[in-house]
Design a binder for this molecule. Structure first.
Ligand code: HEM
Ligand SMILES: *[C@@H]1O[C@H](CO)[C@@H](O)[C@H](O)[C@H]1NC(C)=O
Ligand SMILES: *[C@@H]1O[C@H](CO)[C@@H](O)[C@H](O)[C@H]1NC(C)=O
Ligand SMILES: *[C@@H]1O[C@H](CO)[C@@H](O)[C@H](O)[C@H]1NC(C)=O
Ligand SMILES: *[C@@H]1O[C@H](CO)[C@@H](O)[C@H](O)[C@H]1NC(C)=O
Length: 291
């Protein structure tokens, strides 16, 4: 076993005593989102952890990340604990993200899956890439799908990974167009949301992405069946017909086990897209900075 692989086995043990279950649940949210974005942007290389410097504006201040990528402090703490447990800087931030996502999703009930290690961290980060590559919430199904496909992810990955919205919140600004314009929305749900998000104010107020927002379950899909998808992009996965996405949403809505398993499979696939390896990139000492 390599030093890095051995140290990685320590991560879970290092992390668990530091943070209680609740925080790990929260951590999953953030890390899943970070992983997804990072992977989709440039192959899961941790580039969105970088703070802005004089030379580039990092992804943390990019539009889609403003609210969703909280929890950088938690990543810093894990990295410091791992560096200390491993007597040095041998595990990359990208690997730490991949493993922390797996372990926290696992704690929530998703099956454990094998994460391949040896990723290296990028030397830069880019605001423009983040803004251009992360699919915006107003995308329709065909645009979401082509975005995923352009990153080697398929329709099933899209439906499964969107289930990441079983955890977390979104700001009014990301769904105000849906609640005032879309017709495929549950009327009571819509009324509640309009109360919280007046048409021209309150853009920073938040609402849960599914009805059981702190539990990793399949209520996200059950909500879609009732036209209670929070984001326009969420409800795009289900319109009550017999399309492939409709069938998958129905299937996952009452198959928590299959969802957990498939989530692991798609996370693994995503986490392995275009990783930096060999002598490309570096193992960052501090996830926020290039060494
Ligand atoms: C399919 C395309 C996706 C779109 C259009 C999308 C869009 C969004 C938007 C607009 C928000 C709210 C952000 C804000 O208020 O600033 C959000 C939050 C979130 N997304 Fe996604 N997302 C997608 C896929 C994913 C995937 C694949 C995952 C993870 C597997 C994920 C995990 C999350 C989480 C956990 C949050 C909540 C963050 C928080 O509470 O701060 N999303 N997403
Ligand atoms: C910015 O780039 C210059 C030239 O490549 C380099 O000397 C400098 O250290 C960089 N600054 C930061 C804050 O990364
Ligand atoms: C989806 O959106 C794209 C870009 O706005 C548009 O060209 C396309 O016609 C839309 N597709 C459907 C099925 O509405
Ligand atoms: C509703 O759609 C129209 C036309 O696309 C748009 O101009 C308007 O801003 C949308 N309403 C909200 C509240 O976003
Ligand atoms: C939302 O928060 C951002 C960042 O804190 C701030 O710049 C903006 O003015 C706020 N918008 C509203 C509508 O409160």
């Amino acid at each position: 076993m390599t030093t890095a692989a051995f140290c990685v086995q320590l991560i879970c043990r290092v992390v668990s005593p530091i943070f209680g279950f609740d925080l790990l649940v929260v951590l999953t949210i953030l890390i899943s989102a970070i992983l997804m974005m990072s992977a989709i942007l440039r192959g899961c290389d941790g580039s969105n952890l970088l703070d802005d410097t004089a030379n580039f504006t990092g992804e943390k201040t990019a539009r889609p990340n403003l609210n969703s990528l909280r929890g950088f402090d938690v990543i810093d703490e894990i990295k410091a604990a791992v560096n200390s447990a491993c007597y040095g800087n041998v595990v990359s931030c990208a690997d730490i993200l991949a493993i922390a996502a797996r372990d926290s999703v696992n704690i929530l009930g998703a099956p454990w899956y094998q994460v391949q290690l040896g990723r290296r961290d990028s030397l830069t980060a880019s605001l423009n890439d983040a803004n251009n590559d992360i699919p915006p919430p107003f995308f329709n199904l065909s645009s979401l799908l082509s975005n995923f496909q352009s990153h080697s992810l398929d329709l099933k990955d899209l439906v499964v990974l969107s289930g990441g919205h079983t955890i977390g919140l979104a700001r009014c600004t990301t769904f105000v167009a849906r609640i005032y314009n879309d017709t495929n929305i549950n009327p009571n749900f819509d009324a509640t949301l309009k109360n919280i998000c007046p048409v021209n104010s309150g853009g920073n107020k938040t609402f849960p992405l599914d009805t059981t927002t702190t539990v990793f379950d399949t209520v996200y899909y059950q909500d879609l069946l009732q036209q209670k998808g929070l984001l326009h992009s969420d409800q795009q996965l289900f319109d009550g017909g017999n399309s492939e996405t409709d069938d998958l949403v129905r299937y996952y809505s009452n198959n928590p086990y299959a969802f957990g398993e498939d989530f692991g499979v798609s996370m693994l696939k995503m986490g392995n897209l275009k990783p930096l390896t060999g002598s490309n990139g570096q193992i960052r000492m501090n996830c926020r900075r290039v060494n």
